[in-house]
Design a protein around this ligand. Structure first.
Ligand SMILES: [Ca+2]
Ligand SMILES: [Ca+2]
Length: 399
């Protein structure tokens, strides 16, 4: 049979120029795809690193703040301080400090509205306020707020055995570990009275059960009076603060160390292009000046906005959330704050967003007028996240 010849298997007639071109084009397309995918991966990695960075810092910052909010206003067993009526705690502050000293007060919390209130002395001793070189210039609604907390640090377990009010001397259940110049709180055996004073003696370094709190200038700021318990609250600014001895504390009263901490948004110590949350801690008296220890808590905290749960009717529950400048410090209204709402604006470390994405950050308007309020826009391709937490001051009891 005469069959048509089939081409031999494997016969080659060479690769045409067109085929080479097609192959190259396909190659370029594939390579382009791979490159694109590598770059996307890199960007995604930077993005997810940034998300982790932001979330980690947000969690830590909120945790630290929440811990201090819960602790604030802790004066041992005294819990009834949100009212001024019968049964309310009586606060005797014998420290001879000026009225504008905000650290050495017997109130759990005090806030400062950004760009409105003057922040307390010593708060910014660690670094520059971020507001001054930050992202909010021209938008005072977003000027970071600040806050300080005060309370007792009762790690010493110092029970009062007796108190001679006229000679300003406590006898304690064990040797007094405090030093001359230290500040101490005392809470009464019935949990109704709290006193704040500076130790003036003895200079025996923990080998004596005595704690002396004389008035006069042997220490600084010193005590304006020997009285640390009275029938009503007083400070050294009151024209009629009691002298000389006040009322004695009974056995079972408790002596504690006074503590205060503050928070603000500053410039990061490690990278001055980044904002950070700072915590400052009152660390004692030095020649009459409050000395502070400053710690950078979390980088990437760009803004802190604070609102205060204000208890207007003494039932221990907030009636309204107010800004710091809506609370009258001189009228003692900070004692009526029962909770704090913290909002932090977190931001990533660098540009990880694409295409000039606008981020709109809505916070609480400080002017109290939210008609047409649109928040703050950012077009810098930096990741942002807003986190909030409302924390109750657990030591503030109902009246
Ligand atoms: Ca504010
Ligand atoms: Ca209420």
């Amino acid at each position: 049979m005469n069959m048509p010849r089939l081409p031999r298997a494997g016969a080659q007639s060479g690769i045409s120029f067109v085929e080479v071109l097609v192959a190259m084009v396909i190659g370029v397309i594939i390579l382009g795809g791979v490159m694109q995918s590598v770059m996307t991966n890199q960007r995604n990695n930077a993005w997810s690193d940034d998300v982790a960075f932001v979330q980690e810092n947000a969690r830590y910052g909120l945790e630290m703040l929440a811990r201090d909010i819960r602790w604030s206003g802790y004066w041992g067993c005294a819990v009834n301080m949100s009212t001024a009526g019968a049964g309310a705690t009586t606060f005797a502050n014998a420290l001879d400090v000026p009225a504008d000293d905000d650290w050495l007060k017997l109130e759990g919390v005090q806030g400062y509205e950004g760009s409105v209130d003057t922040f307390p002395d010593g708060l910014l001793s660690g670094t520059t306020l971020w507001e001054n070189n930050g992202s909010f210039s021209g938008n005072t609604d977003f000027a970071p707020d600040a806050i300080i907390f005060r309370g007792a640090d009762d790690d010493m377990d110092l029970n009062v055995v007796s108190h001679a009010a006229t000679s300003a001397q406590f006898k304690l259940s064990r040797n007094n570990p405090l030093e001359v110049g230290d500040l101490a709180l005392v809470v009464s055996e019935d949990c109704k009275d709290v006193g704040l004073m500076q130790m003036t003696g003895p200079a025996s370094g923990g080998t004596n059960v005595t704690f002396v709190h004389n008035s006069g200038g042997s220490v600084s700021p010193g005590n304006c009076t020997k009285a640390v318990r009275w029938t009503e609250s007083f400070t050294c600014d009151d024209p009629n603060y009691p002298t000389p001895g006040g009322l004695p504390y009974g056995p079972g009263s408790f002596l504690m160390r006074f503590a205060a901490v503050g928070y603000y948004i500053g410039t990061s110590a490690s990278d001055n292009t980044q904002p950070a949350l700072y915590r400052v801690q009152f660390s004692g008296m030095d020649s009459g000046d409050v000395t502070m220890r400053t710690d950078e808590i979390a980088v990437g905290v760009e803004d802190m906005q604070l609102l205060y749960g204000f208890d207007a009717d003494a039932d221990g529950l907030a009636n309204a959330y107010l800004r710091a400048d809506e609370i009258d410090a001189a009228a003692g209204e900070w004692k009526q704050v029962v909770s704090v709402r913290v909002t932090l604006l977190m931001r990533g470390f660098g540009e990880t967003r694409e295409g000039n994405n606008e981020v709109r950050y809505i916070s609480y308007p400080y002017a109290g007028d939210d008609d047409g309020y649109t928040g703050q826009a950012f077009n810098d391709n930096i990741l942002r996240q807003q986190v909030s937490k409302t924390v109750r001051m657990r030591n503030i009891g109902a009246g």
